[in-house]
Design a protein around this ligand. Structure first.
Ligand code: TYD
Ligand code: MG
Length: 459
């Protein structure tokens, strides 16, 4: 049967497919995202005929008989990256690395090459930079090993053929948006191209058991450009976050089939590339102002690590009828909720005041345990109460204004104690579960509600 060519409209944001064009995508609601793609429909075979042809090639196995002993991991030479990956790169895995342009994706890959290139054969494929550019960057980063093979290519079939021929131990693709499949009529970076290229790379690398790291660009909303299916295909999705103006970068796993997704890695961009920040709390707290109101230190758990960060609150008279609320690094809706709780339950009125919250250092704190520090920072700014710089606060605030217990209280208090904090405001119900070393000078102040907390600060 002859194959038929048909025209399809595909949304570049969500991958929604339709036979006719829409100005607004019915899938995700975005405007002007439907692009035309030409596809060749494959000839159909009848279902019964297909069944007869197909012979079973895989069989079910009892779960107890499956061995995981040969799961091999390559350590990347960076403890922070290994932690986010769940303990190194798993053999045969497909890792997607996303982030804004210029955040350091290519840099970290070359640095991984510098360490792993000593023991492994690596194939680095770039569709963005010339060999010379890569060499210049590599010399800047001190990468010099003959095991690192560099290729500049955008045709994914040639890339797959090279992988099969060279059989490297690790493949890096920079970036998936520049790869293209000649047979498809759409332009590189389009939904179909990205999906098909990833599929081909996955089939090639899984067949040969070669791990593959793929760089993906992000779109204006911060999601990896291209269809969501890309994130479904790969084994792990890592995002590089951080302010480009600041030198700190945070690597976060949003999906990981081989480890936890709560872990973060903290890096600092310098003249010689990215370096690890082993003690992020110390970095986040450096240069803290003394004797000013509107600041409080919080302790959030990022995976297995407690991280201390300064939260600043600013409350001022509003110049307009509609007061402004703004938050950086903290959920906007959660901040609105805390302001409502402060008004209704504690009698602090913000309705004619502008309120701002900022987590210093570019970190995003999503854990409810940061609520108490945010509330303290807001009240401290409103009432001009100075929170001493040796105090930290953590606890979840509920809608009644009570402070609820949080997990890992002991870990948080111990980390604060290690960093020299002397007093800790924590949920009353967490008090009994906290154990401190004998020589610790930390004073634990259990609070039941926001009023208790403000009273403990001398407000
Ligand atoms: P890059 O890795 O090219 O970003 P991406 O691949 O994510 O687009 O990051 C390059 C940025 O980092 C660039 O703005 C310059 C800066 N940089 C340094 O500050 N120091 C260095 O040693 C290197 C290699 C880059
Ligand atoms: Mg790059």
């Amino acid at each position: 049967m002859a194959s038929k060519i048909k025209s399809l409209y595909v949304c570049s944001e969500c991958g929604y497919e339709s036979a006719k064009w829409y100005g607004k995508c019915p899938g995700c609601g975005d405007w002007n995202t439907m692009t035309e793609e030409v596809r060749e429909a494959s000839p159909r075979t009848s279902l019964s005929a297909a069944r007869q042809i197909r012979k079973p090639s895989s069989f079910p196995v009892a779960i107890t008989e499956i061995s995981t002993e040969d799961e091999e991991r390559y350590y990347t030479g960076s403890k922070e990256l290994d932690r986010v990956l769940g303990g190194g790169i798993v053999k045969g895995s497909l890792v997607l690395l996303g982030g804004d342009p210029g955040i350091g994706k290519s840099t970290i890959l070359l640095q991984v090459c510098s360490h792993l290139g000593q023991i492994l054969k690596i194939l680095y494929i770039s569709g963005e930079e010339s060999k010379r550019q890569i060499k210049l960057r590599a010399s800047r980063l001190g990468v010099n090993c003959s095991n690192l093979l560099v290729m500049t290519e955008t045709d994914v079939e040639i890339v797959a053929a090279q992988i099969e021929q060279e059989k490297p131990d690790l493949v890096m693709i920079d970036s998936i948006q520049t790869m293209n499949f000649k047979e498809l009529n759409s332009s590189p970076g389009s939904v179909t191209q990205v999906r098909e290229c990833t599929n081909l790379l996955m089939r090639t690398s899984k067949a040969l058991d070669i791990p593959c790291i793929i760089v993906g660009h992000v779109n204006k909303d911060g999601a990896i450009a291209g269809p969501k299916v890309l994130e479904h295909i790969v084994d792990a999705v890592l995002y590089f976050e951080g302010d480009k103006q600041m030198s700190y970068r945070i690597l976060r796993a949003v999906k990981n089939r081989y480890g936890s997704t709560n872990e973060i890695g903290v890096f600092k961009m310098g003249d010689t590339g990215l370096s690890e920040v082993e003690n992020p709390s110390l970095m986040l707290l450096s240069g803290r102002p003394k004797n000013v109101s509107g600041t409080c230190v919080a302790c959030a758990m990022e995976g297995s690590r407690p991280i201390l960060a300064e939260i600043q609150g600013l409350v001022t008279n509003s110049g307009y009828g509609n007061p402004r609320r703004m938050s950086t690094g903290f959920d906007y809706n959660r901040m609105s909720m805390l302001l409502a709780v402060l008004e209704k339950r504690c009698g602090y009125f913000f309705s004619s005041l502008d309120a701002y919250i900022n987590v210093v250092g570019g970190l995003r704190l999503d854990e409810p345990a940061t609520d108490l520090a945010v509330t303290v920072a807001l009240v401290s700014s409103l009432k001009d109460i100075v929170v001493s710089d040796d105090i930290l606060a953590f606890g979840e605030v509920d809608l009644t204004g009570e402070i609820r217990a949080v997990s890992n209280a002991s870990l948080r208090v111990n980390e604060a104690s290690r960093l020299g904090f002397k007093r800790c405001l924590l949920p009353y119900h967490n008090l009994s579960g906290v154990t401190l070393p004998d020589d610790s000078e930390m004073q634990l102040i259990g609070v039941r509600n926001i009023r208790d907390a403000v009273a403990a600060l001398g407000g």
